[in-house]
Design a binder for this molecule. Structure first.
Ligand SMILES: [Zn+2]
Length: 277
C-alpha cells in the first residue's frame, strides 16, 4: 500500500467549532462557507481519527483567511500547537487575509512558530489580488516553504466558495514569483492544460504543484491522468478538502483514472513528501 499524504485538510480550534455563530460577524468569507450549520468542521483530533480510519499517514492542515487579526492568530496558534502535538501525523500551514495590514507580520510569525508554509490563502469574492499576495509569495520563497492557494475553474456551475478568479491573474502571480513553491488547490482551476503550449508556460510553471481537493465534485476521473501527463507525476498532490470529502472517495476516483503504479505512488504521497518532509 502506497504512503498516503493528504495535502489539503481543514481543522479549526474547538472554540470556533463550539461557537461558530459568534465567528460569523465581520467574516463574510467564513460565513459564506460555514454559516450553514451542516457545513462540517473538525478539530485536529477529528482529523487524526479520520486519518487512522482511512490509512493516511500525514495530513497538511490549513488555516482560514480570517478578516480579523484575532481570529487569524487564534487559528494559527492552534495549528502550531497541534503540529507539535502530532509531529508524525500533521503538517500545518498558517493563513492570513492577504490584504490585511498585519498579513506579513502574522505570516512571518506563523513560520517562526514552526508552521510548514502558508495556506489556504484565498480570495473568495474577488479575483486574486496579486499585489497583496506578492510579499507573502516572497516570504515563502525566502524560507523555502510552500504556499497553498485557493484556485478554481473560471467557468462552469456555481457553488459556495467558488471565486470569480481568472487564469490570467493566476498566471501573472506565478510568473512574478518564480522562486515560490505554489500549490494550487482544486486542480489549479484547470491551468494545467496550458502546460501544452509550445512557449513559456511549462517553464513558468516549474515551481507549481496542484492538488485534487474537491475534484470528485468537479471533474471526471480522467482529469487526474491529464494533470499527471501535462504537469508531471511529481506535481499532482492528493488533497481531500476533508471534512468536505474523505480520502477514500479520492482513492476510488483515482483508481478509475488509468494511472500507472508509479504515478499513483507519486500522487498519493511521494510528491508531497518531497515538498514538506
Ligand atoms: Zn479551496
Amino acid at each position: 500500500m502506497a504512503m498516503l499524504i493528504d495535502v489539503h485538510t481543514h481543522v479549526f480550534p474547538p472554540e470556533v467549532i463550539e461557537n461558530r455563530e459568534s465567528f460569523l460577524q465581520g467574516e463574510p468569507a467564513f460565513a459564506s462557507i460555514y454559516a450553514d450549520p451542516k457545513a462540517p468542521m473538525v478539530t485536529a483530533e477529528g482529523l487524526i481519527q479520520a486519518m487512522d480510519a482511512g490509512g493516511v499517514q500525514i495530513s497538511w492542515a490549513v488555516g482560514f483567511p480570517w478578516v480579523k487579526e484575532a481570529n487569524a492568530r487564534l487559528h494559527n496558534d492552534y495549528l502550531a500547537r497541534v503540529v507539535k502535538e502530532y509531529p508524525q501525523r500533521l503538517r500545518g500551514l498558517g493563513c492570513v487575509h492577504p490584504v490585511a495590514a498585519w498579513a506579513q507580520v502574522e505570516a512571518s510569525r506563523c513560520l517562526r512558530q514552526g508552521l510548514h508554509g502558508l495556506g489556504e490563502l484565498a480570495f473568495y469574492s474577488t479575483d486574486l489580488n496579486i499585489r497583496a499576495l506578492g510579499p507573502l509569495c516572497e516570504l515563502c520563497a525566502l524560507e523555502d516553504k510552500p504556499l497553498l492557494l485557493h484556485t478554481n475553474e473560471p467557468v462552469g456551475h456555481r457553488y459556495p466558495g467558488k471565486a470569480p478568479m481568472t487564469l490570467a491573474s493566476l498566471y501573472g502571480l506565478i510568473k512574478a514569483h518564480p522562486r515560490t513553491k505554489l500549490v494550487l488547490a482544486h486542480m489549479a482551476g484547470g491551468l494545467f492544460f496550458y502546460a501544452l503550449l509550445k512557449k513559456e508556460v511549462s517553464e513558468v510553471m516549474r515551481n507549481v504543484w496542484l492538488d485534487t481537493a474537491a475534484a470528485p465534485f468537479l471533474y471526471q476521473p480522467q482529469a487526474y491522468a491529464l494533470a499527471v501527463k501535462l504537469m508531471g507525476k511529481d506535481k499532482v498532490l492528493l488533497g481531500s478538502d476533508f471534512p468536505l470529502l474523505p480520502v477514500s472517495r479520492y482513492l476510488k476516483e483515482l483508481s478509475l483514472a488509468g494511472l500507472s503504479e508509479e504515478e499513483m505512488e507519486a500522487v498519493l504521497g511521494q510528491a508531497a513528501a518531497g515538498l514538506i518532509p
